[in-house]
Design a protein around this ligand. Structure first.
Ligand code: PMT
Length: 366
């Protein structure tokens, strides 16, 4: 367990939230991550730097303890990884809590693309492996920024996979960030599961689909807390999955874990007619600082800022600067120099930083 007292952290919680951490296992990676987080945060407290926790990527819901099958949440990690770069450009130190193997700041420019990473390289006349001329300029520019972030110890990368790992990390990091006071910022872009299988309802071994091996499906659960029927089980040839709700921890983050920080949540919808209403509802319910609403299909070029201070405000990439219609690779030289694609995060992050400055200079009024 971490050194700090967690009892006050749980005292105001509603039922599901109180029992969650007592009945779902602490991830093995947490202690190692705390040992990187502690000096990282202390260094930036000492330097009076602002620190953003950027969460990114989707959380999984394992169906078995020794996980073969899992349910996933949609997110490539583009929003988080891109935003992290702009936070660094805006002077923030960044804790990047991300889904393992999702996009990372800086390397995202060259990973997960249609290119294999080997396509960026070529062999010189002397047989050495070098970066192909076509990519030299872009790679040099990205590399410089990455090296600077590393040299100045401004970026800490922490991976998670399951929703349980995510929630334990969120709570721990939030409490470790308390000494930052109002200089702390939570930018919750990860796609967090709303439903999961609690530890005491998870089977240990791979669920057997063959009826001939059905007897092996009654493996032990983790044995934490009271045992209930397995949540994922075979019913004849059908796999039946019965998920519990994941408690919403945003309220605890705002009220208890990190009350002085600026807290920004994202709201993802697919039906445009409810985006604004649901974003306002979330802001009212959790009383945090900002909800950024986005639609699955348009999230790369428009988002809706909903805040108590600023009301509703759309942020949009002009159509001439959207990457689908303008790509540097296909346009002529003149057009490229004036109409380079614009990443919406380059508009979102400075606006978040501006609101953060307002909160810091006005004092917290939540
Ligand atoms: O990575 P990309 O492909 O670029 O996609 C980015 C994105 C669309 C995933 C991102 O911009 C985004 O919208 N992320 C939030 C997705 C999400 O979890 O939305 P939600 O409506 O389910 O949850 C709203 C908020 O509640 C979230 O900030 C989440 O942190 C919080 N939450 C969610 C579930 C839960 N059990 N507890 C929570 O506190």
């Amino acid at each position: 367990m971490a050194a700090h007292d967690q009892s006050n952290g749980d005292s105001k919680l509603a039922n599901g939230e109180t029992t969650y951490f007592a009945t779902n296992p602490r991830p093995a990676s947490l202690d190692e991550h705390i040992s990187s987080l502690t000096p990282f945060i202390a260094d930036h407290v000492r330097k009076h730097n602002r620190v953003a926790l950027v969460t990114s990527g989707g959380t999984t819901v394992p169906l078995e303890n020794q996980t073969v099958r899992f349910i996933d949440n949609f997110s490539a990690g583009t929003r988080g990884a891109t935003s992290a770069e702009y936070f660094l450009e805006n002077g923030y130190a960044v804790i990047f809590l991300h889904r393992q193997f999702s996009l990372l700041p800086y390397s995202r420019h060259f990973s997960h693309s249609t290119n294999c990473f080997l396509d960026y390289m070529t062999t010189s006349s002397t047989g050495e492996v070098v970066i192909d001329d076509e990519y030299q300029a872009q790679m040099a520019s990205v590399l410089q920024k990455y090296e600077r972030a590393k040299r100045e110890k401004m970026l800490l990368l922490l991976p998670f996979t399951s929703v349980n790992e995510y929630l334990w990390h969120l709570r721990e990091i939030a409490m470790l960030m308390r000494p930052l006071g109002a200089d702390g910022l939570f930018y919750l872009a990860a796609a967090v599961s709303d439903f999961f299988i609690p530890a005491n309802r998870m089977v240990e071994h791979k669920i057997q689909s063959s009826e001939d091996f059905a007897h092996a499906n009654h493996g032990s659960s983790l044995g934490i807390g009271e045992e209930r029927a397995p949540a994922a089980h075979m019913d004849g040839a059908k796999l039946v999955i019965d998920l519990d709700p994941v408690p919403k921890f945003l309220k605890q983050l705002v009220d208890v874990w990190s009350p002085k920080s600026m807290i920004v949540s994202f709201k993802l919808e697919t039906d445009p007619s409810i985006l604004a209403e649901k974003s306002r509802y979330a802001l009212k319910k959790y009383s945090h600082d900002l909800v950024i609403g986005n639609m699955l299909n348009t999230r790369k070029y428009e988002v809706l800022f909903v805040s108590a201070a600023g009301g509703d405000q759309w942020i949009r990439v002009p159509s001439s600067r959207r990457s689908k219609s303008v790509t540097a690779a296909t346009m002529g030289e003149v057009r490229q120099s004036t109409e380079m694609p614009l990443e919406i995060e380059s508009l979102i992050v400075p606006e978040v930083a501006r609101l953060h400055s307002e909160i810091i200079s006005n004092g917290r009024s939540r």
